[in-house]
Ligand binder design. Structure first.
Ligand SMILES: [Zn+2]
Length: 290
C-alpha cells in the first residue's frame, strides 16, 4: 500500500487511505515536536483510526533505520527517534506500518547552529592502562540497553544545581583540526566537588565505572536506564552512591560532583541517550516525553 509522501513538518495526522476501502485498517501518525531541529528527540506516536484497535507494535522506520515502538497506553504506540549534530539537516523518509497498512511520509529536520571551541592539547601523557578500550565497551553496552518497561514519568529533573558551563552539541577543533566525529554529548554543570548529583528520572542503574578500574576518560561514572531506549549518564563523579541493578527514584542522590577522568575542573557532565545516540537533554527537562 503505497501513497505519495506527505510533508511531516508540524503535527502530522496521516489521513486514512486504503486501496480496499477498508477504513478498519487505518492508522494515524503524530510527530512531535512540531518543528524538529538537529539534536532533538522525535516522538512518533501511532494510534488506530477512531473506533479501531492497534494491539501489535507498529514498525517505525526513519531513513530505513527501524526504531522500537512501545505501547504507552491502550492503542497508543510510540517510537523515540534521536537526531544529532553529526547528521545533515533536511528531509528523511518516515515509514510506519501497523494494522497491515504502511504510511510513507517525510520527516523534516531543521538545521541548528552549534558553537565551536578551539582546544589546544599538550603532548600526550603516557598513561598505562591494562585495557584502554574497557571503559568504551562498557559505555557502548550502556547505550545499547533497550528495556520495554518505562520507568520514568513526566519531565526530567536537573541533576545538579550548578551553573550550565558547556551546552549540548558544541563542536571542537583540536590543535586547529576540526573533529568531525566530536560533539559535546550532553550538558555540563560547574559545581564544587561533593555537590549532590541526582537521578534525572526514575530508572535502574545500568552502568557503574570507576577511574581506578580503567575509566580514565569518563572517570567515576553512573548510567541509568529509564526504559524504552532512554538512558542518562553522569560523568567525572567524586563519589558513587548506588549499586549496579539498583532502582532509583527521580531526584534521588546517586553520587557527587568531582573531576575524575578527562576533566579540567569539578563539574558534572550529564548525557541523555535515546536508542544509542546522545540527544539534547533540554527538551526532556522543559516539556518531557511522557
Ligand atoms: Zn561535558
Amino acid at each position: 500500500m503505497i501513497q505519495k509522501p506527505q510533508i511531516a513538518w508540524g503535527i502530522l495526522w496521516a489521513a486514512c487511505s486504503t486501496l480496499l476501502g477498508n477504513a478498519a485498517q487505518a492508522i494515524e501518525v503524530k510527530v512531535q515536536p512540531t518543528k524538529v531541529r538537529l539534536g532533538d528527540t522525535v516522538s512518533i506516536l501511532v494510534t488506530p483510526d477512531s473506533g479501531e484497535t492497534l494491539t501489535e507494535a507498529p514498525t517505525v522506520k526513519v531513513a530505513d533505520k527501524t526504531f522500537p515502538a512501545f505501547q504507552v497506553a491502550p492503542n497508543r504506540w510510540r517510537a523515540l527517534v534521536p537526531t544529532t549534530p553529526l547528521e545533515k539537516h533536511g528531509r528523511r523518509s518516515l515509514t510506519v506500518t501497523g494494522n497491515q497498512q504502511t504510511r510513507n511520509m517525510l520527516l523534516w529536520v531543521g538545521s541548528r547552529r552549534f558553537p565551536t571551541q578551539r582546544i589546544w592539547l599538550p603532548p600526550k601523557k603516557k598513561i598505562t592502562v591494562k585495557d584502554p578500550n574497557y571503559e568504551f565497551r562498557q559505555a557502548d553496552k550502556f547505550k545499547a540497553v533497550v528495556t520495554p518497561q518505562k520507568y520514568w514519568n513526566g519531565t526530567f529533573v536537573r541533576p545538579n544545581a550548578g551553573r550550565s558551563s558547556t551546552g549540548y552539541g558544541v563542536r571542537r577543533y583540536y590543535n586547529g583540526v576540526f573533529a568531525k566525529d566530536y560533539y559535546h554529548r550532553g550538558l555540563d554543570y560547574a559545581n564544587s566537588t561533593g555537590s549532590p548529583v541526582k537521578a534525572a528520572a526514575a530508572g535502574k542503574v545500568s552502568l557503574i565505572g570507576r577511574e581506578s578500574e580503567g575509566f580514565r576518560v569518563h572517570g567515576n561514572v553512573v548510567g541509568l536506564d529509564h526504559g524504552q531506549g532512554v538512558g542518562t549518564i553522569y560523568l567525572h563523579l567524586s563519589r558513587i552512591d548506588v549499586q549496579p541493578g539498583q532502582t532509583v527514584a527521580s531526584g534521588q542522590v546517586i553520587g557527587a560532583v568531582g573531576s575524575t577522568g578527562a576533566s579540567t575542573g569539578p563539574h558534572l557532565h550529564w548525557g541523555l541517550y535515546v536508542n544509542g545516540q546522545a540527544v539534547d537533554p533540554s527538551p526532556w527537562l522543559w516539556r518531557g516525553f511522557d
